[in-house]
Write a protein that binds this ligand. Structure first.
Ligand code: DL6
Length: 820
């Protein structure tokens, strides 16, 4: 049995200090008198890691001993952020660590701040996977994450002369949170050819041979739950040359360079995270990464299952595998290959096992993000897999043909192979056909996938196969860790920190909405968070922002569909309006700070131009003596998880303004509201459910509805498309050179004015600026504003990732938590 102490870190500060000193002196081989902040971070992390390992070992033993069904979450991205703060809080030992570090002469914030973010993801999809790991451990589900151990995570963004410049993120110099498992390796085959042969029973079998082999090495990252001994495992694979050595013959003959070539080529597979968010570039290395990772993971999963000596038809009772988007779809094919080629099962039996095992989560309907791979590329790289894909498709199409003989076009529409030039494998279709459940990530999105990209599949498989699990966020990181004072205030009114495990308890806050003292404390916390951000802005950008101004924040990946261009055009409109006012009139206006942050994919030129425009506007507005504190425009460099933890608690208003029907869910919208900020947003993604939960009087909605988007686009293409007059003035200002070289922004303007305005920037412009006017007016009544914030937080219980994970566990994975 567990004692609380066994998983709660340290009994007292002395015990923690002893451990830190021990690690400084032994593991780091330094004198305690020569211990700087970096060493104190390393030693503190190692001290906590030792504690995590104890819980982790026991969790793994318990899972093996009880032989319970496990969920394996396959995600090409895990955007974990920092681990030390999270470990301290989840183990309930942050106070002890704070006091211990103080005695050693350090401030805990400085030590936590030493850690390099683990940034193995692009944005929402990767961060969702990280929240899910936290929830699965907290809820005691037997769960493993599987991903890739990229040597370079998402690039670091520098802004030079207003432009984004990418700098590599080499993050593995010292990473105390991972355990290399040099004994856990899998050899992964690529290329080669397939021949037919007969086994001893005369059955025809396929033999895949030749080609090259790359070795996958496991690195394990313990992921602790909150207030529980459960510590699950995230296994990340790293690639190395199969021999592990360079070619000695070449080396000895003086060919130094090519002697290491094989090794380098193998290591390239896990070298770098592709920096595209909602954009598929179809590079060969990317599909190599995908197969390398799913093949290693499946080998591991099958090896573990086989130890139980159960029969194959019990596989889906023991194993659930969730595909986080289509990136791991080859796992479907790989499991079928293992079952028929290696284990000798018949096709139908194997296919039954496969489809009962997998679930697929779709995260986008954007056509440019839907993965397709050329048939020729897969043929070359994975010849046996292509045969299996063709067979899956054949059997699927035969069944469709039988059921829908009248529909002559349906086979073309649903075929996994697109009959284009070149032929392509449609990964989303393969994922749908090979899974027993398909889910979207917010209600609107789940409806949309059923009526658009997967419409025919709903007809074929029936509605029950398609479901919705609205995304969520972990309140441990996104409230308790990011906003400790607010978390403490909430705890004081809701009966302690239980709300961190049952977020619906936030509803108790409704009782305090009219409590003046409570509201005052609430406002003080928000203000303190804004002061902290203002200091950060001053120290990094040397711009003074007034913390009493309304902080209006849009931080997320830069993408035309997310419409940062709408925001910056709105800011320019505000600037022009202020400039046209008399000084007396200006005095009556609500001061604002417009804050942007986010990375553009390195090859996404338009997104980079948007960043450039934002910076140029800031350069003009922030210097304008007529404007002063009334408007400041800030672009925060290198937005990442740890910066989000500082920025989100400081926002009064955040922007979630995607063209309706394009943002599958969004999760930062949930984080902002949970931290006591209001949002301005379109009727898109999870904004709709947030509105339903918190009440439409507490959110600023505007813009076109998703059902009207297609008609408008059609009109833009075939009918009249006059530009909104206020937006036209903004364009005139840009083209008149007010914000630097006008030609730089021609393409951005043309996209709206001359090329069909696909993202409906002009259509939504007037309602956007009108809604901002309402925001200004409402913000003036601070008492009412704060009441809205408190009410909203009180109603956010639904958006915990714990709720999501319970829905997946019950509706898709059919697994139970393990008693601890
Ligand atoms: O589901 C997580 C997250 C959603 O909140 C975002 O709305 C959505 O854009 C994002 N989707 C992707 C898809 N990328 N790919 N491939 O990142 O998922």
């Amino acid at each position: 049995a567990w004692t609380k102490h066994e998983f709660s870190g340290f009994q007292n500060k002395e015990e923690f200090e002893r451990e830190v000193v021990r690690h400084v002196e032994t593991t780091l081989a330094r004198s305690i008198y020569n211990c700087d902040e970096s060493a104190a971070y390393s030693a503190s992390s190692l001290a906590f890691r030792d504690r995590l390992v104890q819980g982790w070992n026991k969790t793994q033993q318990r899972q093996t001993f009880t032989d319970s069904k496990r969920i394996y979450y396959l995600s090409l991205e895990f955007l974990m952020g920092r681990a030390l703060d999270n470990a301290m809080l989840n183990l309930g030992a942050k106070e002890v660590a704070k006091e211990g570090l103080a005695e050693l002469g350090f401030r805990i914030e400085d030590i936590v701040g030493q850690e390099h973010d683990a940034a193995l993801g692009n944005g929402g999809l990767g961060r969702l996977a990280a929240c899910f790991l936290d929830s699965m451990a907290t809820l005691n589900y037997p769960a493993w994450g599987y991903g890739l151990r990229y040597r370079y995570g998402i690039f670091k963004q520098e802004i030079i002369d207003g432009y984004q410049v990418e700098v590599p993120d080499y993050w593995l110099d010292f990473n105390p949170w991972e355990f290399p498992r040099h004994d856990v390796t899998v050899d992964i085959q690529f290329y080669g050819q397939v021949r037919k042969s007969q086994d001893e029973n005369g059955k025809t079998v396929a033999i895949w041979e030749g080609g090259e082999t790359v070795t996958a090495v496991a690195y394990d990252v313990p992921t602790p739950g909150y207030d529980t001994p459960s510590t699950n495992n995230l296994r990340l694979w790293s690639s190395k040359a199969a021999s592990g050595e360079f070619d000695f013959q070449k080396f000895n003959s003086g060919d130094y360079e090519s002697s290491v070539a094989d090794q380098q080529r193998a290591e390239t597979i896990s070298a770098v995270l592709y920096p595209n968010d909602n954009l598929d570039r179809g590079k060969e290395l990317r599909i190599k990464q995908q197969y390398f990772w799913v093949a290693a993971s499946l080998y591991d999963i099958v090896r573990r299952f086989k130890k139980s000596k159960r029969s194959w038809n019990e596989f889906p009772d023991q194993v659930a595998i969730q595909l986080n988007d289509t990136h791991p779809t080859l796992a479907i094919v790989e499991l079928q290959r293992i079952l028929i080629d290696v284990e000798g099962l018949e096709w139908d039996e194997a296919w039954n096992i496969v489809t009962s095992t997998f679930g697929y989560t779709n995260h986008t309907v954007l056509p440019e993000a839907l993965e397709k791979w050329p048939v020729g590329l897969i043929q070359h790289l994975l010849p046996r897999h292509l045969q299996i894909i063709y067979d899956i498709n054949l059997f699927f199409l035969q069944s469709v043909e039988k059921r829908f003989p009248e529909d002559r076009d349906i086979l073309r529409r649903v075929s996994i192979i697109e009959e284009s030039q070149p032929k392509m494998v449609r990964m989303a279709y393969l994922a749908v056909v090979g899974s027993h459940k398909v889910n979207g990530v917010a209600e609107l999105h789940s409806d949309l996938i059923q009526t658009t990209i997967f419409k025919d599949f709903v007809t074929i498989f029936g509605e029950d196969k398609f479901t919705n699990v609205t995304n969520g966020i972990t309140p441990r990181r996104w409230l308790h860790q990011a906003n400790p004072r607010l978390s403490e205030l909430i705890a004081s009114k809701t009966g302690g920190y239980e709300f961190l495990k049952d977020l619906t308890l936030l509803n108790k806050l409704e009782l305090f909405v009219d409590d003046k003292t409570f509201r005052k404390e609430w406002a003080e916390i928000k203000f303190a968070n804004k002061v902290r951000l203002a200091k950060y802005i001053k120290s990094t950008l040397n711009v003074n922002v007034n913390p009493a101004a309304l902080f209006d924040v849009q931080v997320k990946r830069i993408h035309e569909y997310k419409r940062q261009q709408l925001n910056i055009f709105g800011v320019i409109h505000r600037y022009l309006t202020l400039k046209a006012m008399s000084p007396e009139e200006r005095k009556k206006q609500q001061p604002r700070v417009s804050i942007f942050g986010g990375k553009a994919a390195p090859g996404y030129w338009m997104a980079k131009q948007i960043i450039h425009l934002i910076n140029n506007v800031g350069g003009v507005v922030n210097q304008d003596p007529d404007i002063g504190d009334l408007l400041k425009v800030i672009f925060l460099e290198d937005y990442n998880v740890s910066k989000a933890e500082m920025i989100i608690p400081a926002s009064d208003l955040s922007e979630h303004i995607s063209t309706a029907g394009t943002e599958a869910s969004g999760t930062s919208n949930m984080k902002f509201v949970l931290n006591g900020g209001l949002i301005i947003g379109t009727c898109d993604g999870a904004n709709i459910e947030i509105t339903r939960e918190i009440g439409q009087e507490n959110i600023f909605l505007f813009g076109t509805l998703s059902e009207d988007v297609e008609d408008l686009r059609h009109m833009h293409t075939y009918g009249e498309h006059p530009i909104d007059p206020n937006l036209a003035k903004v364009f005139d200002a840009i083209q008149g050179g007010m914000f630097g070289e006008p030609n730089d922004f021609n393409a951005m303007i043309s996209a709206v004015r001359d090329h069909g305005d696909y993202y409906l920037v002009s259509d939504d412009f007037q309602s956007y600026i009108d809604t901002h006017k309402m925001v200004d007016t409402e913000y003036q009544n601070q008492e009412e504003w704060i009441s809205k914030c408190i009410r909203s937080v009180a109603r956010m219980g639904f958006f915990s990732s714990d709720r999501c994970i319970n829905e997946y566990a019950e509706g898709i994975w059919n697994i139970e938590p393990l008693a601890v």
